[in-house]
Design a protein. Sequence first.
Length: 319
Amino acid sequence: MKPRFPLLNSKRCYEMVSSDRFYANVKDIENGMVCCHVFYGCTTGCINLFGHKKGGDGYYNAYQDFCRNHGIPTILARDNAQEQKSQKVTDFNQDHLVADRFSKVNNQQQNPVESGAVKWLKPTICKMLDITGAPKWAWYLCALYVAAIHNVTWNEEKQCIPLTAQEGITVDISKFFQFKFWDKVLYLDNQDNYPSSNERPGYFVGFADNCGDALTFKIYDDQTHCIVKVSVVRHYNDNNQVQFDPQLTDHKMLCTNPADYQEAKIEELSEIVFDSSLREDITCSADLHRQYRSVLGQINWLQSRTQYQSCYAFSRCAS
């Protein structure tokens, strides 16, 4: 039996919520997603993320997840994407008295989530992946992590703590002081493997909010390459019986001493050997031209990832 007035039987968040989704060029390791939906509270500044599930109801499912976890908004602002104004979304908003608000076609800047959340999320995720050395496929886990920190941090623009303003309670932030994203950790393995160590190596990738107590964490298992949710976790410190996968450790740029920053590098740059007596008007060979383009691409990639300032010394290098 359906309730006669469903709007009175549901939790409300009493603010306008703006939503959109952003994409990545690599699949998420946990669920294989390449995009996620962002819900931004225009009054509180709270940012909530939900992965996009395959199928035509991806936005509708994410919207319902937001409503059951955080409450039904008074206004739902979004773009003119067909999925975001489907009949299911329209019927749900009508039943629960949620006002619709859309941005004009080709004017996505009118959607508050663009400037309030997406514009901040994307560069922050890139910086976090660069600083920690986490692989690209951890982008969604990193997005959840930085959004969680944002929601418990004072927002100068909104003059409030986003999650406290949204939920109406003081939030316990103890879990945020235990580990940093992509920290090396050891967690307890409940299987008896005597005399092997009962600790397994992994990397901290977030919080398991809907599993166990408040100090239950998401750990990327270094051996099985899966996400596990455990609560008995400690920092890694020289357990000789535990070895990490070299494919996850060799590529990382970990600098604890500022004096080592200049020596740290994400990827080696190749060297081009050529005859310095060649004149500028001589056409280079196809192989030399390929080498030039290759090293230029590497320099451009290094600049975009590290903001390292470089210039091209020869006009021949112009591409």
